[in-house]
Design a protein around this ligand. Structure first.
Ligand SMILES: C[S@@+](CC[C@H](N)C(=O)[O-])C[C@H]1O[C@@H](n2cnc3c(N)ncnc32)[C@H](O)[C@@H]1O
Length: 222
């Protein structure tokens, strides 16, 4: 996964983050991040914040790329920490975030959050990242890692590929097309990792959104 994303990062990082265009200019590219954050985060603050003050929240972004959404998130929340498998993406993100002191980015292993040590978060988010991961095991590992790093009563909102059509699935053993997640798998992955699946939308489509809540108290029977 890292070799492929580093190659994409060197070739045309902004294009591989947002394929709507080649040859993005920085201003227009980051404006797309502002729009995505306005829609996906600002338009959903009740479930994102779970009653907390956004300026006091520490947020995790998985697969931050060159910081397209990280920068907009840092305008809302107290602290934002992004991880990405690709050093090429992370070094560009560090440059683009050089004037954003409350945003921090790290290269991670591509399957866990060990790079964050014992840091705890109030919200976790991921967009157009898991749709590229060609392994359900890796996606599930991330879910377990996020659970470990979230404070009780916090939300993990993330998008996966929801199309599991067998014809597409056969093509899908690469780091662009990833694997699809069915409704049953989404429910199982939440339950197995201690989350409550409180909402979903777009099942069966590319934009299958999942809202996993880490309960305030562990269930008595676990
Ligand atoms: C299409 S880009 C999206 C970047 C960012 N989420 C955005 O919306 O601007 C996908 C990003 O996910 C990263 N990525 C892919 N597989 C990953 C993995 N297993 N762990 C962490 N990051 C990953 C890639 O390096 C790339 O930066």
């Amino acid at each position: 996964m890292r070799a492929d994303w580093d190659r994409r990062g060197r070739k045309d990082a902004m294009h591989y983050v947002n394929t709507a265009r080649r040859g993005w200019n920085e201003h227009e590219f980051f404006a797309t991040g502002d729009r995505n954050v306005a829609e996906l985060i600002s338009g959903d603050m009740e479930s994102v914040c779970q009653g907390r003050d956004p300026s006091a929240m520490r947020v995790l972004e998985i697969g931050c790329g060159v910081g397209r959404m990280t920068r907009a998130l840092a305008g809302i929340f107290g602290e934002v920490h992004g991880v990405d498998i690709s050093g090429e993406m992370v070094s560009r993100a560090q440059w683009f975030l050089r004037d954003t002191p409350n945003a921090h980015v790290y290269r991670n292993s591509g399957a866990d959050l060990a790079v964050l040590g014992e840091m705890r978060f109030d919200f976790a988010f991921s967009f157009i990242v898991f749709q590229h991961i060609p392994s359900r095991r890796v996606i599930s590992r991330y879910v377990s890692e996020v659970h470990r790093h979230l404070r009780p009563g916090s939300m993990f909102k993330f998008q996966v590929q929801g199309c599991t059509a067998p014809s597409l699935q056969r093509l899908r053993n690469d780091t662009w097309l990833g694997v699809g997640i069915s409704e049953g798998e989404a429910a199982r992955m939440a339950a197995e990792n201690g989350f409550a699946l409180v909402r979903s939308s777009g099942a069966g489509s590319q934009y299958y959104w999942l809202w996993y809540l880490k309960p305030r108290q562990e269930p008595l029977w676990s």
